[in-house]
Design a protein around this ligand. Structure first.
Ligand SMILES: Cc1cc2nc3c(=O)[nH]c(=O)nc-3n(C[C@H](O)[C@H](O)[C@H](O)COP(=O)(O)OP(=O)(O)OC[C@H]3O[C@@H](n4cnc5c(N)ncnc54)[C@H](O)[C@@H]3O)c2cc1C
Length: 399
């Protein structure tokens, strides 16, 4: 049984006020189950709401009735929005009745602004390591925070806000900066108690003085010591959510730290195996970086490609090492052009979602490539793209 967070959460202080959802399979309407005060469906999983102090009793009762608990999760998590669980013993919709595409998700299913800037969650840094290898440019860190003490939860594709400590040059507290979440909803430790980011330290030469300037928040995060506090807001964002459809085609186009949401997607699809999501579709990642040493999460990505060759394609555009067919630098748009016919076939399928994340401006080149492909079939790409956006199948988050 995959216990999503049940006992881990339940042992915490105050847990005995909490309510959990048991996902149970194998119960059938019958003489014994008729005595229960909730309706049993003829097939499928039933969700049973159980207060913490009745968990053991309920587990024994379910076992006696021949049911098998396949998952336990705290009530109030995103999935619960579709359930009707006003009190002990109520039953919700079977999981197969859930909607299939992200745009069909009820608004209430998506957690947003659980923590606001005037009352942020104070998490602790538990991991902070460099992602850029020898010979690469810049500093990019994978940073993980413990969020076990609060109510923060999130979905793949969302972002959190970070408020750097101290004041700005006007003497006012720093404003929050957004960062795409790089971990799945279960966190890198798979215990629903952490959130991870992929942060590039902003560094540039001041246009007038020529001095090196470091970004406030990205430097704060990149230098964060294990054990240090961090002020977190959010989560926010509904643009980059992963479709629920396990057979979808998911095309991802990333530059640099734009890989963050796609790490969360790919970890959910392949690396972490979850009871509630078995991806069987096609995931295709286009990843643009300057040098091989800048390929973030390289080993993991390549291992996934080796393990899931039928479901995961990985295409790099390494601008300072590879050349495009014209002899210029190989950018992500060149890879799009190279694969444009195939991409054009894919985007026409109803269950294909395309995601773009990373440097502002990268959309231009991608549109150029798609335009050329669609043009071959006398289709105007810009009109077609509008339809994709309207259908929530073209997702862009650039910064
Ligand atoms: C939805 C979203 C998701 C994001 N996800 C990520 C992520 O996953 N990882 C990540 O690293 N970042 C991400 N960002 C960017 C992040 O929010 C910050 O903007 C970034 O870290 C810089 O913040 P800072 O405080 O370090 O820089 P600041 O101290 O705020 O400095 C930024 C300012 O410096 C100036 N500046 C920047 N570059 C130059 C230049 N070349 N020349 C002159 N002036 C310049 C500009 O005025 C700019 O506004 C995301 C942004 C958004 C909106």
């Amino acid at each position: 049984m995959y216990l999503k967070s049940g006992t881990g959460v339940a042992t915490k202080t105050g847990a005995n006020n909490r309510v959990f959802i048991f996902e149970v399979e194998g119960l059938r309407q019958g003489e014994n189950t008729d005595k229960l005060n909730f309706l049993i469906r003829r097939s499928g999983i039933v969700n049973i709401t159980v207060p913490y102090d009745r968990m053991n009793q309920e587990m024994r009762r379910i076992a006696r009735l021949g049911g098998k608990i396949v998952n336990i999760r705290p009530a109030g998590e995103p999935q619960d929005a579709t359930t009707v669980a006003p009190g002990n013993g109520q039953q919700s919709q079977p999981s197969e009745e859930k909607t299939k595409h992200d745009h069909a998700k009820a608004k209430t299913e998506i957690p947003v602004n659980i923590y606001r800037p005037n009352n942020p969650y104070i998490g602790k840094c538990i991991e902070n390591y460099e992602l850029v290898g020898e010979g690469g440019v810049g500093t990019v860190r994978h940073v993980t925070f413990d969020i076990s003490g609060g109510e923060l939860r999130y979905l793949e594709g969302q972002s959190i806000g970070i408020i750097p400590p101290g004041n700005d040059n006007k003497g006012k507290p720093h404003k929050l900066r957004l960062y795409s979440i790089a971990s799945t909803r279960h966190g890198d430790k798979l215990d629903d108690q952490t959130v991870s980011l992929c942060v590039r330290q902003l560094e540039y030469k001041h246009p007038e003085t020529g001095e090196t300037v470091y970004g406030v928040c990205s430097t704060h995060l990149c230098n964060l010591e294990v054990g240090a506090d961090v002020a977190i807001t959010g989560p926010v964002g509904k643009e980059m959510l992963l479709p629920d459809d396990e057979e979808a085609t998911v095309v991802m186009m990333a530059t640099g730290t734009g890989i963050a949401p796609f790490r969360s997607f790919l970890w959910r699809m392949f690396k972490e195996q979850h009871q509630d999501y078995k991806f069987r579709g096609l995931a295709w990642l286009f990843f643009g970086i300057p040098y091989t040493a800048n390929i973030l999460y390289k080993e993991d990505l390549e291992q996934l490609q080796r393990e899931f060759p039928d479901n995961f394609r990985l295409t790099y555009a390494i601008s300072r090492e590879q050349n495009n067919p014209d002899g210029g630098k190989m950018y992500i748009q060149d890879r799009i052009k190279e694969n444009a016919d195939q991409l054009w076939q894919l985007v026409q399928k109803d269950n294909t979602h395309t995601y773009i994340c990373g440097l502002k401006g990268m959309e231009g080149g991608i549109d150029e490539g798609m335009s050329a492909a669609a043009g071959k079939f006398d289709v105007n790409w810009s009109d077609y793209q509008k339809q994709l956006k309207k259908g929530h199948r073209w997702h862009v988050e650039t910064y």
